[in-house]
Write a protein that binds this ligand. Structure first.
Ligand code: CIR
Length: 258
């Protein structure tokens, strides 16, 4: 038997002190962010995930963006070393939670990596080299993952925060992409669904089995995904978007057998 576990983390009351790279700071409504996040967790639960909240503390301004702290492959979990120094202490409790399900490996200095830069699809790990993730991290990730049969491919990220701001997987053979933010030639073996040009921030979708969790704010791109036959489950995600977070950022989803 197997099921999926979704690790999540609370929205911190310090979210208004979050890291920002491409967005100007605007007020974040904490109560609204928490309501939207609760609906997101509920949607993951409805899609069959056991939602496990990892302990947090109120000063972890960006803690809700748990994706950045680790990469969970079927065989091993890799604890990241986030690119923003303010986020480094987010990893300990996530590592402790993941240790229940996977053997752990850790990236070490000088590597820096945010999980938002790692697109795992089939036996490929596409790794964005970005303002947060560096080449030593790609090399360390390759050394860890290659023995399990993963091909690790680095991709330059420029113009957006993370690789997964520009491209995410809808299925093993299908990617959702904003070609303005990433060179799509690296993905020529995949079917590509382009975001609607009016919705540049919409390339980030969460895959839960065959279902897709997707922000309600991007109806044009939602329609494009649905037109390819995917079941799309929308959630409002605009409040945490002010903190430069998208839907993949708020969970680490892993398959668990028992
Ligand atoms: C940060 O800049 O680190 C956070 N404010 C947003 C992180 C979003 N994470 C993600 O896209 N994986």
């Amino acid at each position: 038997m197997s099921h999926r576990v979704a690790l999540t983390r609370a929205v911190s009351p310090a979210i208004d002190r979050c890291e920002l790279t491409h967005l100007a700071r605007t007020p974040i409504d904490l109560a609204r962010a928490r309501r939207q996040h609760a609906v997101y967790e509920q949607r993951l639960a409805e899609l069959g995930c056991e939602v496990v909240r990892v302990p947090s503390d109120d000063d972890m301004a960006d803690g809700v963006f748990i994706e950045d702290t680790a990469i969970a492959l079927d065989e091993v979990a890799i604890v990241a070393r986030p690119g923003a120094a303010s986020r480094r202490r987010e990893t300990d409790a996530v590592a402790a939670a993941l240790a229940r399900y996977r053997p752990l490996q850790r990236l070490t200095a000088p590597a820096t990596l945010d999980g938002g830069d790692v697109l795992a699809v089939g036996r490929h790990l596409f790794v964005g080299v970005s303002s947060r993730t560096n080449q030593p991290a790609v090399d360390q990730l390759r050394a860890i993952a290659a023995p399990y049969g993963y091909a690790v491919v680095s991709i330059a990220v420029d113009g957006c925060l993370h690789l997964k701001s520009a491209v995410t997987a809808l299925a093993d053979a299908t990617l959702l992409v904003n070609r303005a933010w990433v060179d799509a030639r690296a993905f020529d073996r995949f079917d590509l669904v382009d975001v609607d040009p009016a919705e540049p921030w919409s390339a980030n979708a969460v895959r839960v089995g065959a279902a897709i969790v997707f922000p309600a704010e991007f109806p044009r791109t939602r329609d494009r995904i649905a037109a390819r036959g995917f079941a799309v489950h929308t959630v409002e995600a605009d409040e945490l978007a002010r903190a430069e977070g998208a839907v993949t950022c708020c969970s680490i989803i892993l398959g668990v057998s028992w």
